[in-house]
Design a protein around this ligand. Structure first.
Ligand code: NAD
Length: 460
C-alpha cells in the first residue's frame, strides 16, 4: 500500500516533468486559456463549494462567497496583466558596454508543490495555483485533510478540468505531505503554521528547493484615542470574528489606549449583539471551530484573564461564543500562542511607546493594525515596528488588494504572493546579456602588459 503511494507520487511528478519539457506551458496563450478554465470551473461549482465549506466550518454563505469564491478576482487580475508580466524586460547597459544589450526573461520554474491549510481551504489552494499557472508551471496540490469536504471537492474539480500531468491533486494528511516532501520540486508554496513551516523548509533544503512560507502568528491591533469609534468597533469585530476568528490575519489581541478603553469595550459589546444577536449560537452568520482538537485548545485559552463578554461553549457543535478577555497577562497561554479562534484579549497602554515595545518583544507578526487619525502616530508605528503587512484604520482588507504583495516576515513567513507577486514567486528571472560581432576591443585580453591604466580609466 505504502509502496504504491510512493510510486504514485513519483509517477505523477515524472509525468509532469515530461509535460513541462514539451513546452506547452511556456506559451502565454495556453496559460491564459487555463486561467479561464479555472475561473469557469469555480463558477460552475459555486454551490458545491459553498456546501463543502458549510460542512467543514459551518461557514456562512456570505463569508464563503467573499473570502473563498472571491478568489476569481485574482484570476481576473492575472488574466488582465499576464501578457505584460510575461514579456522580457530591457535592462540598462552602461554606455561603456555599447556593443551589448541586456534583457530579463521571466521563465517558469517547472514542477511546483502547493500545500494548503484548513481555515480558507478553497481560496488558499486556488490563489497560489493562479500564480503557478500564470507563470507557466505544472503543479501538484495538497489540500488540508482537516477540511475533508473541501479537500475532496478541490480534487474533484481539478481532476475534471485539468489533466494530472499538468495539475494534480493529492489528498491526505501528514503522511502524504511527507511523501511529497521527499521528492524534488522546483518550488514549494506552503500555507500553515510556523512550526510546520520549519519542517517544510528543512525538507526542501535537502533538495535545495526554494520555498514560500505563508505562516501565522499573533497580529496586534493598536487602538489610539483619535478615532471614529463606531467605524473602529465594526471593523475590529468583523475582522476578528469572521470565520470564528480562524483567519491568519485576524487581530489576535487589542492594544488599547487606556483613555478610550471603556468606550471601546462598550462599543464592541453592542456591535457583537448587532452582528450576531443576543445568542450568537443561533446566528446563521457565525462559523464553528474546525474540529474537536482545536475546540479544546481554544476552550482552555478562555480560562485566562477575565471574561467580559461571551465565554459560552458547546463541544458537540464546536461552538465558542465571541469572547472578550480583560486582565490577561503576557505569560498567560492566550498571549503565548496564536489564538486562531473567536477569543479577543484586551491589553491597555498609556504611552504608544509601551505598545511598540510590546510588539517588538514578540516574533514579527503577519499583520499589524493601527486605528488612529493621528498622522504622526501612524508614521511612528510604521517606522518603529516590522510586520508582514499593515492596515491602517481597518482589518483584513489588505489581503483583498491584488496589487499589494501578501506575506510575512521573520516567524510569520518567507516570500509573498497575490497579483504580480504570485507571478514572480513562481517565475525565475533569467538575465540575458547579448554582445554583437561588429567590434571586438582587446582591452580585456592577455597579454595584459600596458593595459592596466586603460582598465582603470574604464572602471573609473
Ligand atoms: P498546519 O501547519 O497544521 O498544516 C498546513 C498543511 O501542512 C496541511 O496541509 C497539513 O496536512 C500539512 N502538515 C501538517 N503537519 C505536517 C508535517 N509534520 N509535515 C508535513 N506537512 C504537514 O496549519 P493549519 O492548522 O492547517 O493552519 C493554521 C495555521 O496556518 C495558522 O498558524 C495560520 O496562521 C496559518 N495560516 C497562514 C496563512 C497565511 O496566508 N500566511 C493563511 C492561513 C493560515
Amino acid at each position: 500500500m505504502i509502496t504504491n503511494e510512493v510510486s504514485e507520487v513519483s509517477e505523477i511528478i515524472s509525468k509532469q516533468r515530461v509535460f513541462f519539457q514539451n513546452g506547452r506551458t511556456k506559451d502565454v496563450s495556453f496559460r491564459l486559456e487555463q486561467l479561464k478554465i479555472l475561473k469557469q470551473a469555480i463558477i460552475d461549482h459555486e454551490q458545491p463549494i459553498l456546501e463543502a465549506l458549510k460542512a467543514d466550518l459551518h461557514k456562512p454563505g456570505f463569508e464563503a462567497y467573499a473570502t473563498e469564491i472571491g478568489v476569481v478576482g485574482e484570476i481576473d487580475y492575472a488574466i488582465k496583466h499576464l501578457k505584460k508580466w510575461s514579456q522580457p524586460q530591457k535592462a540598462v547597459v552602461p554606455w561603456k558596454f555599447f556593443s551589448y544589450s541586456a534583457k530579463i526573461y521571466p521563465e517558469p520554474l517547472g514542477v511546483v508543490l502547493i500545500i494548503g491549510p484548513w481555515n480558507y481551504p478553497f481560496q488558499l489552494i486556488i490563489s497560489p495555483l493562479v500564480g503557478a499557472i500564470a507563470a507557466g508551471n505544472c503543479t501538484i496540490v495538497k489540500p488540508s485533510e482537516i477540511a475533508p469536504h473541501t479537500s475532496s471537492l478541490v480534487s474533484e474539480i481539478i481532476g475534471k478540468y485539468f489533466p494530472p500531468e499538468y495539475i494534480a491533486v493529492l489528498e491526505g494528511g501528514v503522511e502524504t505531505s511527507q511523501k511529497l516532501l521527499a521528492e524534488k520540486f522546483d518550488h514549494i508554496f506552503f500555507t500553515g503554521g510556523t512550526a510546520i513551516g520549519k519542517i517544510i523548509m528543512a525538507a526542501a533544503a535537502k533538495h535545495l528547493t526554494p520555498v514560500t512560507l505563508e505562516l501565522g502568528g499573533k497580529s496586534p491591533c493598536i487602538i489610539d484615542s483619535e478615532i471614529n469609534l463606531e467605524h473602529t468597533v465594526k471593523r475590529i469585530v468583523w475582522g476578528k470574528f469572521l470565520n470564528a476568528g480562524q483567519t491568519c490575519i485576524a487581530p489576535d489581541y487589542l492594544l488599547v489606549n487606556q483613555k478610550i478603553k471603556p468606550d471601546l469595550l462598550d462599543g464592541i459589546k453592542k456591535c457583537l449583539t448587532e452582528f450576531y444577536g443576543d445568542n450568537p449560537a443561533t446566528s446563521p452568520d457565525y462559523a464553528r471551530i474546525i474540529n474537536q482538537k482545536q475546540f479544546e485548545r481554544l476552550a482552555n485559552l478562555i480560562k485566562d484573564g477575565e471574561i467580559i463578554v461571551g465565554g459560552e461553549t458547546n463541544a458537540e457543535e464546536r461552538y465558542i461564543a465571541p469572547t472578550l478577555l480583560d486582565h490577561v497577562s503576557l505569560t498567560d497561554p492566550v498571549m503565548q500562542e496564536e489564538i486562531f479562534g473567536p477569543i479577543l484579549p484586551i491589553l491597555e497602554y498609556t504611552e504608544i511607546t509601551e505598545a511598540i515595545a510590546l510588539i517588538n518583544s514578540q516574533p514579527k507578526p503577519l499583520a499589524l493594525y493601527l486605528f488612529t487619525q493621528n498622522k504622526n502616530l501612524q508614521k511612528q508605528v510604521l517606522q518603529q515596528t516590522s510586520s508582514g503587512g499593515v492596515c491602517l484604520n481597518d482589518t483584513i482588507m489588505q489581503v483583498g488588494i491584488s496589487s499589494l504583495p501578501f506575506g510575512g516576515v521573520g516567524d510569520s513567513g518567507i516570500g509573498s504572493y497575490h497579483g504580480k507577486a504570485s507571478f514572480d514567486t513562481f517565475s525565475h528571472y533569467k538575465s540575458v546579456l547579448k554582445n554583437s560581432f561588429w567590434l571586438d576591443l582587446d582591452w580585456r585580453y592577455a597579454p595584459y602588459k600596458n593595459k592596466l591604466s586603460a582598465l582603470k580609466r574604464l572602471l573609473g
